[in-house]
Design a binder for this molecule. Structure first.
Ligand code: GDP
Ligand code: IMO
Ligand code: MG
Length: 423
């Protein structure tokens, strides 16, 4: 059986966690393929709200197996706290959650290096979540990293020491004021490693290959969003992994010809947290209202998310790079009550109108060209069928579908699992 992918088409926080949870009943296996604890995937059901960081969003379903793939970076300390947070749900974590031996470990010094690097950048900082993501992927590509499988080796502690010592020298090189107590951080790290060892480590590419052969259905869960992709995002204001469809192949060992559906998730408007260009960003009361109504505060850092209109130029690019086959539109309910809605359909780029995402999308190069839509008043949060939706929203949806040439199959009208309209 082929593997379906689910990924964010904007700058993250599109609502991936919610939709993976909604779709999980159709899948035997949910597999995360990249990112790490910089992700915060929110799930809501039965009055419970839960934010997952490294654990796949299928964990609450009784039958599904959840795989953390080789492309993911794991911080054992954050991971252990995540597991502890799940204790009250009585999930059989040890049999439902398995981890690739090839996934890289985030060391305490990776987090410190992240902080040192951001501090040294000053005003040019990325706005990183400071979870050590960048430094860990740097060690991976630099061939210095420590992997989950290394925990099983006799010289794990020596490997750890050699890398951590090197990191300390690098932190000193940055010459910034970072306060830390490494002995304490290491104590916490090694305790969490002991907890991590209670879980099953697997050769996940082989596991997933055999699962496919046995006819199991697999959903690959992305983190971040396409515009944060290390290659295709708004570099350097991106994360350090491939968040796009190709990342699922390298992050799980899935062959490209085994990919089935590609579900692309987007908000009915746009948000971004951290630094970097954002052509349709709103700096007025409309943007403030979106942030307030949409409760746009980061699930990981609590930072307020920047808000703006839907950007079809950027969305088209993401659809193209990922080969999206079905779209899911989130947070439609947040747009209720605005008189007029706008959608960017092209850009004025250095005096010329263009409809593709260019190399430079900074404010001085790009001005979005908008099409306006009539808004609607109705509260959508209790609606359960597509027919109930206001005609203005249906027109908005139809326009997006026509522009992107991909059907919108799900319209989400609230954070709860049940507030999901299938079209
Ligand atoms: P993810 O990182 O893509 O999983 O998204 P996050 O969980 O970081 O952010 C999405 C936020 O929007 C969470 O607080 C969700 O509970 C919430 N959410 C998801 N879908 C909807 C929706 O349709 N309407 C509203 N109002 N909130 C939603
Ligand atoms: P989910 O999976 C939104 C952003 C950070 C920063 C940049 C680099 O919940 O959608 P990093 O910590 O990777 O060095 O940060 O990427 N970022 C996210 N923004 N959602 C996320 O994940 C993000 N993960 C990273 O804010 O701008
Ligand atoms: Mg998130």
């Amino acid at each position: 059986m082929t593997v379906d992918l689910l990924l964010g088409l904007q700058w993250g926080d599109e609502g991936k966690g919610k939709i993976v949870d909604v779709l999980t009943s159709k899948y035997d296996i949910i597999a995360r393929f990249q990112g790490g604890p910089n992700a915060g995937h929110t799930l809501e059901f039965d009055g419970i709200k839960h934010v997952l960081r490294t654990i796949p969003s299928g964990i609450f379903h009784e039958k599904s197996i959840n795989v953390i793939g080789n492309g993911v970076v794991i911080d054992p300390v954050v991971f252990q706290k995540e597991i502890e947070g799940l204790a009250k749900f009585n999930l059989d974590i040890t049999s439902k959650l398995i981890i690739s031996r090839k996934a890289h470990l985030i060391l305490p010094t990776h987090r410190l290096l992240d902080a040192a690097s951001e501090t040294a950048k000053g005003k040019a900082k990325i706005g990183s979540t400071l979870k050590g993501i960048g430094p860990t992927y740097m060690d991976k590509t630099g061939r210095n990293g420590i992997r989950v499988g290394d925990i099983e080796l006799a010289d794990f502690k020596e490997r750890y020491r050699a890398l951590a010592d090197k990191h300390e020298a690098m932190i000193n090189f940055y010459n910034v004021n970072i306060q830390y107590n490494l002995a304490e951080l290491e104590k916490e790290f090694f305790e969490s490693i002991e907890d991590l060892k209670k879980l099953t480590f697997i050769d996940s590419e082989e596991y997933l290959y055999q699962a496919q052969k046995a006819g199991k259905s697999i959903l690959a869960e992305g983190a971040q969003g396409s515009l944060l992709d290390i290659d295709f995002g708004t570099y350097p204001f991106v994360t350090s992994s491939n968040t796009t469809a190709a990342g699922a192949c390298t992050g799980l060992g899935i062959a490209p010809n085994q990919i089935g559906e590609v579900y692309g998730i987007f908000k009915a408007y746009t948000t971004r947290v951290g630094s970097g260009p954002f052509p349709t960003e709103l700096f007025d009361e409309v943007g403030t209202a979106m942030a307030k109504i949409g409760n746009e505060f980061g699930s990981v850092t609590g930072r307020q998310r920047r808000c703006g209109w839907l950007d079809l130029v950027a969305l088209k690019y993401a659809v193209q790079v990922n080969g999206v086959t079905q779209l899911m539109m989130m947070k439609g309910d947040v747009l209720s009550g605005f008189d007029t809605l706008k959608v960017a359909t092209s850009y004025n780029y250095k005096g010329n109108e263009i409809s593709h995402l260019p190399y430079n999308i900074e404010e001085e190069n790009v001005t979005p060209i908008y099409k306006s839509f009539k808004g609607w008043e109705a509260d959508l949060t209790g609606m359960t069928t597509y027919d109930q939706l206001p005609v203005e929203l249906k027109e908005y949806i139809q326009f997006i579908e026509d522009e992107l040439q991909i059907p919108i199959k799900i319209v989400s009208v609230g954070p709860d699992r049940k507030q999901t309209i299938m079209k």
